[in-house]
Write a protein that binds this ligand. Sequence first.
Ligand SMILES: Cc1cc2nc3c(=O)[nH]c(=O)nc-3n(C[C@H](O)[C@H](O)[C@H](O)COP(=O)(O)OP(=O)(O)OC[C@H]3O[C@@H](n4cnc5c(N)ncnc54)[C@H](O)[C@@H]3O)c2cc1C
Length: 398
Amino acid sequence: MTIEADSLSGFDAAETAIIDAVRRFVARDVRPNVARLERESRCPDELVATMRELGLFGLAIAEAHGGLGLRLPVFAAVMEELAKGWTSLAAYVNSHSTVAYAIARHGTDAQRSHYLSRMATGEIRGALCLTEPGAGSDLQSIATTALARDGSFVVKGSKFFVTNGARASLLLTLVKTDPAAEPAKNGISLLLVDKDAPGVSVGSTFHKMAYAHVDTVEILLNEAIVSGSALVGGIAGRGLQQLFDSLEVGRIAIAASAVGLAADALGEAKRYAAGRNAFGVTIDQHQAVQLRLAEMATKLVAARLMTREAARVKASGARADMISGMAKLFASETCSEIVADALRIHGGYGYISEFPVERLYREAPLYIVGEGTNDIQKLVIARRMLEGHEAAILGLPQ
Ligand SMILES: Cc1cc2nc3c(=O)[nH]c(=O)nc-3n(C[C@H](O)[C@H](O)[C@H](O)COP(=O)(O)OP(=O)(O)OC[C@H]3O[C@@H](n4cnc5c(N)ncnc54)[C@H](O)[C@@H]3O)c2cc1C
């Protein structure tokens, strides 16, 4: 039995078929080509086209809007499979899915019917514009303003680190509609900004330690004119509430991607250990290597279970900030540990670019700092503990 035994996962036949289709795509089109694609400077458009055919841009979008309408635990399993093949592919659909969730959950009927079916096909790709030069963790201190004028908003500011910002055409943008509000959160709103709106442009591109094929850009909002109907849900002052609910889905996606990356690293380590000889035997016959592999496998399964639990709680409609924060924290830290262990098992070869582990080692830290740093996740978890909520999740006396 493998650790991927879906028969034990609680997925039904249709869900298992979707996960299997993604697994086949990864095995056939992705894994054999990752090393070459990483060396090439062009984006892997043919893989994105197949992802569109498989419906992967509509993973979390309801069937009524043309999406696959997957339950969140299945969505997490698909994200894991994609990341197991190549984390960049998971990054293409991660923030897109968060934007789609925000529209589905908090948008108006008109916003849902205008965007969701075209997002499901990948015709419209979504990106998240939250971070600014002066505000990342502390989103209440954003400086971007959107002031009402003649039925529109005039948006002024700059957003940093926007994943897929160059390729996306829809920017879910956090703005201050009432910069004087006290507390500040009451003046913060979410806007659906079409990238071709006047005054919206792509600024500098950030060069990163990994994910070269996933663009990370600055978005400039230079007195951009955005329709008044772009306000998510048609309500001002609810932006942070809408965003934090949506980011729980994003954190589950990050946790699932981290599990996929870790599984890839463990697979590489196990394969390498079975082929490398030292002191007359393959190194997987040395007990120290076996103990390391056993710890990696145990941590991997724990991270996967926590991620699926977070997805289950979120799907139930219950408040899930604590469990999704825990899953993101644990899966991303575990992922980095597993990749570092995989590198150790490769000896000097783990440091050499020909071996996938070298790339995985550079990819893993993003999951620690992205989608809310892990220290911020700890603050959320601690706050919820001190409030005495979610005792059921912690197994504490009520
Ligand atoms: C590759 C990449 C892709 C990204 N994609 C996107 C995207 O698509 N959209 C988007 O909007 N953003 C994106 N980000 C931004 C990312 O979400 C932020 O970098 C992250 O939230 C942290 O913000 P910051 O970098 O400003 O760090 P800061 O907020 O300046 O934090 C710096 C350090 O201080 C710590 N810290 C801050 N406040 C506290 C506190 N109260 N208590 C304890 N410690 C604290 C943090 O944990 C961190 O260790 C991306 C970032 C990267 C690197």
